[in-house]
Design a protein around this ligand. Structure first.
Ligand SMILES: [Zn+2]
Ligand SMILES: [Zn+2]
Length: 435
């Protein structure tokens, strides 16, 4: 048996692959198994689970109590670190236990929930929960708090244009702000393990990649934290801090299972849409070269309808333009490609949007009816993440919401503490989010 861990580790990171994950989640069983090394654990309760959907829960206090011992935590880590599943003797010798009887007692407290003993080989493996514990221990999830003083970040402020961005880490939350206009662009949680071995410039790069994937995952309807179902809706957010700005459309998405929540500009939820990726590719560029806190002037958002919500996200490079019609859900309902389109879409685009609004709406309705799953549609729920905890940072201060970096359209994200309220939106960030 291959160790699950391997599978899992990669998986975790992989999250990236939102697309895939999404699918797996949706379709289920077969994949699950695959993925699973992890699920393997579940094996005990297992197989059935996949198919039939059984569910077994353990009282949380029992689950945590079983771990409240140094010897047991060390045993979980030892199994995780072993090159091949260890035997009882291997684990006992590596432990600080005085007697094998005492050590056996500790292992029994872990068995089934965190460790599984192969009946034939009598070797120990981690269950899904055991892997999660081992990784959290190594990653410092529960035990490590990281802070880093503000350090300059490349790029211009999407709000004032100054090259004065700085990133700081405070209690495992990375925040990007403009030192010139004092706008907090975004603040989102970031695992301590992501900071530990990187200098701040690399932290910022990793942070961008990390949240880009998390947003994509949430946009695919899969919670980046627990894989639960994420639903998102488009909210129009007032941006009092930016006079003259119209309400910006943000995607507010949340996981019903674990409470993960995020709020992000609509553009950020479609940043890796194949049509967008292709557009950049044709121009010899990559969408990934733009950080999540400032997608850049190529992006423009236009609210086509509020009831039901519909936003056109236009991305223009040179003479080419891609226009994604994003409906509530949010779902990409339609994709329009103009090669050699007229250039200033910012202005012209707006007119055009109005002009076409009606047509588009009809089209969209038609399509929606026809079938959401149809080819053009894709689910996008953005995450701007706001996780409950991180919350307010941006909200509090940030007063500016908006900034749209993105070409005007951008929204800002915020975090959300209260997703519903308008205040929460304050964050300003450009396109991004805060959690
Ligand atoms: Zn600024
Ligand atoms: Zn969740």
């Amino acid at each position: 048996m291959t160790r699950t861990e391997t599978g899992e580790d990669s998986e975790t990171e992989t999250t990236a692959a939102s697309g895939e994950t999404g699918t797996a989640a949706a379709s289920g069983e077969a994949e699950t198994t695959a993925a699973s090394g992890e699920t393997g654990t579940a094996a005990a309760s297992g197989e059935t689970e996949t198919t039939a959907g059984e569910r077994e829960t353990t009282p949380a206090d029992d689950a945590f109590a079983a771990l409240s011992d140094e010897t047991r935590l060390a045993a979980v880590s030892a199994v995780a670190a072993a090159d091949e599943p260890p035997t009882f003797t291997d684990l006992f010798e590596a432990s600080d236990a005085d007697t094998s009887a005492g050590f056996a007692y500790h292992l029994r407290q872990l068995t089934d929930r965190y460790l599984r003993k192969d009946p034939e080989t009598e070797r120990y493996e981690l269950t899904y929960a055991g892997r999660a514990v081992a990784r959290a221990l190594d990653a410092g999830t529960f035990t490590e708090r990281v802070d880093r003083a503000p350090t300059g970040v490349d790029g211009d402020c999407p709000v004032c244009g100054a090259s004065a961005l700085a990133a700081a880490v405070v209690d495992n939350v990375v925040a990007v702000a403009c030192r010139d206009c004092e706008t907090d662009l975004l603040a989102l949680p970031f695992p301590p393990g992501g900071v530990r071995e990187r200098d701040t410039a690399d932290v910022v790069e990793a942070f961008d990649a990390y949240h880009r994937r998390r947003v994509a995952l949430a946009a695919d309807g899969v919670c980046p934290d627990c894989a639960g179902v994420v639903d998102g809706a488009i909210d129009l957010v007032e941006t009092p801090a930016l006079p003259g700005e119209e309400p910006r459309p943000l995607v507010a998405a949340g996981c019903e299972s674990c409470g993960f929540h995020l709020r992000v500009p609509v553009s950020l939820t479609v940043v890796e849409h194949p049509a967008v990726v292709a557009l950049f590719d044709r121009h010899g560029e990559s969408v990934r070269n733009r950080p999540v806190w400032n997608l850049g002037p190529e992006w423009h958002e236009t609210v086509l309808s509020t009831e039901p919500p519909a936003v056109a996200v236009t991305v223009s490079l040179g003479e080419d333009r891609v226009r994604l019609l994003v409906g509530d859900g949010p779902t990409v309902v339609d994709v329009e490609r103009d090669e050699g389109a007229e250039r200033d879409e910012r202005d012209e685009g707006a007119e055009r949007d109005e002009r076409d609004e009606r047509a588009e709406r009809d089209e969209r309705d038609e399509r929606a009816e026809r079938d959401e799953g149809a080819e053009g549609s894709e689910r996008v729920d953005g995450e701007v993440a706001s996780e409950r905890d991180g919350e307010k940072r941006s909200g509090d201060d940030g007063g500016e919401e908006s900034s749209a970096p993105v070409g005007g359209g951008g929204a800002s994200a915020s975090d959300g503490a209260d997703p519903s309220a308008s205040d929460s939106e304050r964050s300003s960030a450009p396109p991004d989010a805060s959690q």
